[in-house]
Design a protein. Structure first.
Length: 248
């Protein structure tokens, strides 16, 4: 019988989180047939990311590749390759030591805010205080399919925690995979809410006083824990999230 070292166990837990986050984002209608989640391998210049071909609806921890900042595969199942847009993960993780997890997906309704003149996405819902520093829009809608394009995306993101690529999709960054899931959900909730509110009249974004008040009372760690537990439980109850992955 093989005994796992502490770092092997930690890596397995991270693999399970990345696979679970992908399945949950897919089930919530955010991920769809493309998009990917990455997580930094602690203490290295590498990260876990899913292969190009593997279904977002059936991803397993053992499917994941380990890639470097240049998008090259360091370790992974034979015959697999990283997603075409692996470079956005590598270049963001390279320049943002505060970021440990990155998601990229293509949520059409959210992307509407990159397509209409004057329709700027604003923080409306309380949890969108996460993005009060800015939600930049990258002007080049191309697939982020090489390091140069990845660097340009990382430049547009700057110090912020979320961005959109015009006519293309979203990039969300966080300190952990559970926090990433929660931020993805809240980012899309805010966009959908703004879209719906705009049907009724002039939207009213959070004021500076609103932001200050909610920032004072908001506790990110327990909030992330509560929502991660909720979505993991939902996935298990629905049967698509294996019960033997240690996600708590
Ligand atoms: Zn994309």
């Amino acid at each position: 019988m093989t005994t796992l070292s502490n770092s092997d166990t930690a890596h397995l837990r991270l693999r399970e989180q990345v696979a679970a986050c992908t399945l949950l984002l897919n089930a919530e209608g955010l991920m769809g047939y493309s998009g990917h989640v990455s997580s930094r391998v602690p203490g290295t210049d590498h990260y876990f990311i899913q292969p190009f071909e593997t279904s977002r609806a059936g991803l397993k921890p053992s499917d994941l590749l380990i890639c470097d900042y240049d998008g090259k595969v360091v370790e992974g199942p034979r015959g697999t390759r990283p997603p075409a847009e692996v470079f956005l993960h590598g270049e963001i993780l390279r320049v943002r030591p505060d970021v440990n997890a990155v998601a990229h997906f293509h949520h059409d309704l959210t992307n509407v805010f990159t397509l209409v003149e004057g329709a700027k996405l604003l923080p409306l819902k309380n949890h969108s205080i996460r993005w009060v520093s800015g939600m930049p829009i990258h002007p080049d809608p191309s697939h982020v399919s090489d390091s140069k394009l990845g660097k340009a995306v990382a430049d547009t993101l700057g110090p912020h925690h979320a961005m959109q690529i015009r006519a293309h999709g979203q990039i969300i960054t966080a300190e952990s995979v559970p926090a990433l899931l929660v931020d993805c959900v809240h980012f899309v909730e805010n966009a959908v809410t703004m879209y719906q509110a705009s049907m009724l009249g002039k939207v009213m974004p959070l004021t500076e006083a609103d932001i200050a008040a909610f920032s004072r009372e908001f506790k990110r760690v327990p909030h992330v824990s509560k929502l991660w537990t909720y979505y993991v439980g939902k996935g298990r109850a629905a049967g698509y999230l294996p019960t033997d992955w240690e996600l708590e």
